[in-house]
Design a binder for this molecule. Structure first.
Ligand SMILES: [Zn+2]
Length: 459
């Protein structure tokens, strides 16, 4: 039977399978239902024709599946079977783990994030298996159980099972489509390095009258120090070498940025800024700054007294929390070391106080070039599946552990979100539109066909 005909005739069955998976709790932060969900999903993977294995990690296991058809190209599909806690329960219209169809959507915790989307990919493979049509690529699945717990063991596991996971590219369906509702292709993410800077003066707060003029105030010193991290403009960073490994934006990436939907007034309103805030900003400039350039941001600054009325003290300490959003090919450790070196240099003359820096965590950035044949194959597949030109984003502004594929496995990684922009993932009444679910299955089959047509994936 023809594959597309099979898909349209088996919609009800596919819907029921997705709902069965969604109905099984799998809350990774509490562990509720995780083992049951892994067993259920593993059975579904076997039914789709995959050879499966449970890969142990220090936390919840990874479900691995493989279908080797002897094709020259192997795609690894990433997804996660865990979900966020469903609270607050009273805000749900129907119970969070009872998949309910209304308004053309399936409502359930995990509907969009990520069970509906990972099932779309699995059902695409299953359709090839059930119809006996030849799958054009070898397929592997890596389905994680800790994505909603910060993917705590993913990098460890990818390192540990590197050979088993070896592939030519990684394909993920997660997250919502672009706000415009157009099909979307994501080619990267920004990384992050989080730090805390503490500045200490005396061993306790002092009376600002009795001791003022003689006791150092760490708030002043920390403000002075941080000011020296500010470059020529509010968005430029003065840390020497900070931009050294920033990968230049290619002409093709620039063309993609130019084409991203851009409404300066709507964007300003969305941010709660004055309507004319971005009046002189072009789409290319806005997206270059928010997707392709690194930042240094003060998330919080704490010192002394902030309560009602007045309290006349010289605070003993001041503290700031900062995040740096990193882009390819910046390395979090290198950036951390440069940050510390710059802090030492700019505070060398501040001998009255003591500065300390704490590394509060990091995640490397990742970017796959749109020039790569794998990325272009996916864009072609998405265009054909949806009959519409996709929004292709060279990067997300936010951070995801995409680097485990591009850095540890060393392969390109492409994300195609199948869920509707208002999937309300992590929130009450999470959902996925039925259209989005069925289009996702179709999209995955087209992706396999296009990837199978790449002649020399290793080039
Ligand atoms: Zn999530």
């Amino acid at each position: 039977m023809n594959l597309q005909q099979y898909l349209s005739e088996h919609q009800q069955e596919h819907l029921e399978m997705a709902c069965r998976l969604m109905a099984q709790k799998s809350v990774s932060p509490t562990g509720e239902g995780m083992a049951e969900c892994a067993a259920l999903l593993r059975g579904m993977m076997e039914d789709a024709g995959l050879r499966t294995e449970v890969l142990k990690t220090p936390g919840h296991p990874i479900l691995f599946g493989e279908m080797n058809v002897g094709a020259p190209f192997t795609v690894l599909i990433y997804g996660h079977y865990d979900v966020q806690p469903p609270e607050p329960l009273e805000a749900w219209v129907s119970p969070p783990f009872e998949p309910t169809i209304r308004n053309g959507r399936i409502y359930c915790r995990g509907a969009g994030d990520n069970k509906g989307q990972l099932m779309a990919n699995l059902l695409a493979v299953r359709a090839f298996h059930k119809t006996g049509e030849r799958l054009p690529v070898n397929v592997k699945f890596c389905l994680e159980g800790e994505e909603e717990s910060s993917s705590a063991n993913l990098a460890w596991a990818v390192e540990q099972y590197k050979e088993k996971l070896a592939c030519d590219m990684v394909y993920t369906a997660d997250g919502p489509q672009h706000a415009s509702g157009r099909p979307t292709v994501l080619l990267g993410v920004r990384g992050i390095q989080y730090v805390q800077v503490d500045c200490e003066g005396a061993d306790r707060d002092h009376h600002s009258g009795n001791k003022g003029g003689a006791t150092p105030n760490p708030a002043w010193y920390l403000m002075q120090a941080l000011a020296r991290f500010w470059g020529d403009s509010p968005h430029e960073v003065a840390v020497p070498g900070f931009y050294d490994s920033v990968r230049p934006v290619t002409p093709l990436e620039q063309a993609l940025l130019d084409r991203l939907p851009w409404d300066p007034v709507e964007t300003a309103r969305g941010l709660g800024l004055a309507d004319d805030h971005f009046a002189s900003t072009t789409a290319a400039e806005f997206y270059r700054r928010t997707l392709m350039r690194p930042t240094l941001n003060i998330c919080g600054f704490t010192s002394g007294y902030g309560g009602p009325g007045s309290k006349t003290i010289i605070p003993a300490r001041a503290s700031a929390k900062l995040d740096m959003r990193l882009v390819a090919d910046q390395d979090p450790l290198d950036i951390y070391e440069k940050f510390v070196a710059h802090l030492q240099a700019v505070t060398a003359d501040m001998t009255e106080v003591r500065f300390t820096v704490t590394d509060l965590g990091s995640m490397a950035p990742s970017r796959t070039s749109p020039d790569r044949p794998e990325a272009q194959a996916v864009v072609r597949a998405v265009r054909r599946a949806y009959g519409e030109e996709p929004v292709v984003m060279p990067s997300l502004g936010g951070s995801l552990p995409d680097y485990v594929w591009t850095r540890i496995l060393g392969v390109p990684s492409v994300v195609v979100p199948y869920a509707n922009p208002d999937e309300d993932n992590h929130a009450p009444n999470e959902n996925i539109a039925l259209d989005c679910f069925f289009n996702g299955i179709r999209c995955a089959t087209e992706v396999f066909v296009e990837l199978g047509s790449i002649r020399s994936p290793k080039l």
